[in-house]
Design a protein around this ligand. Structure first.
Ligand SMILES: [Cu+2]
Length: 146
């Protein structure tokens, strides 16, 4: 009986780790005075079926622009609910504003850009949210460090 219980416990722990993975290690208070002249460009390419790069390393409170291109023949997107919930966007009127989206859709042949500042440390998974595309290889990880 004891071994069955501990097996169940291990299973439960495994599931909870998998389903409720804590992406955010900690939020960071960034200054409003971001120097956008020092923005770093991160090129991301969506293809049938992978996303390059597979790993993106960012520094908290530093300005970045994602330039996301779809060079494939199919519709793709760059989905990361947890990452986009922890960035601030440049807004001409209000300074920094919270992102209000979970994904960026990019049609074949098109490119989209988003300027932002990461505001939390941690690892954030991203993927293409179209059915099955992540299983074919369209996924990766953003790591935000101090
Ligand atoms: Cu896709």
């Amino acid at each position: 009986m004891k071994s069955i219980l501990s097996f169940a416990t291990v299973l439960l722990m495994g599931f909870s780790t998998w389903s409720a993975r804590a992406d955010v290690i900690s939020s960071v208070q960034c200054s409003d005075a971001i120097n956008w002249d020092t923005v770093t460009t991160i090129e991301v390419t969506l293809r049938d079926f992978d996303i390059r790069p597979e790993h993106i390393l960012l520094k908290a409170c530093q300005p970045y622009v994602f330039v996301i291109s779809n060079t494939g023949d199919k519709d793709h997107d760059f989905y990361s609910k947890s990452f986009f919930a922890n960035i601030m966007l440049l807004d001409d009127d209000a300074g920094l504003v919270k992102a209000e989206f979970e994904t960026l859709y990019v049609s074949p042949g098109l490119t989209t850009r988003v300027m932002f500042v990461p505001t939390a440390l941690g690892e954030f998974d991203y993927k293409c949210s179209h059915l099955g595309h992540n299983l074919l290889g369209m996924s990766g990880t953003i790591e935000v460090v101090n």
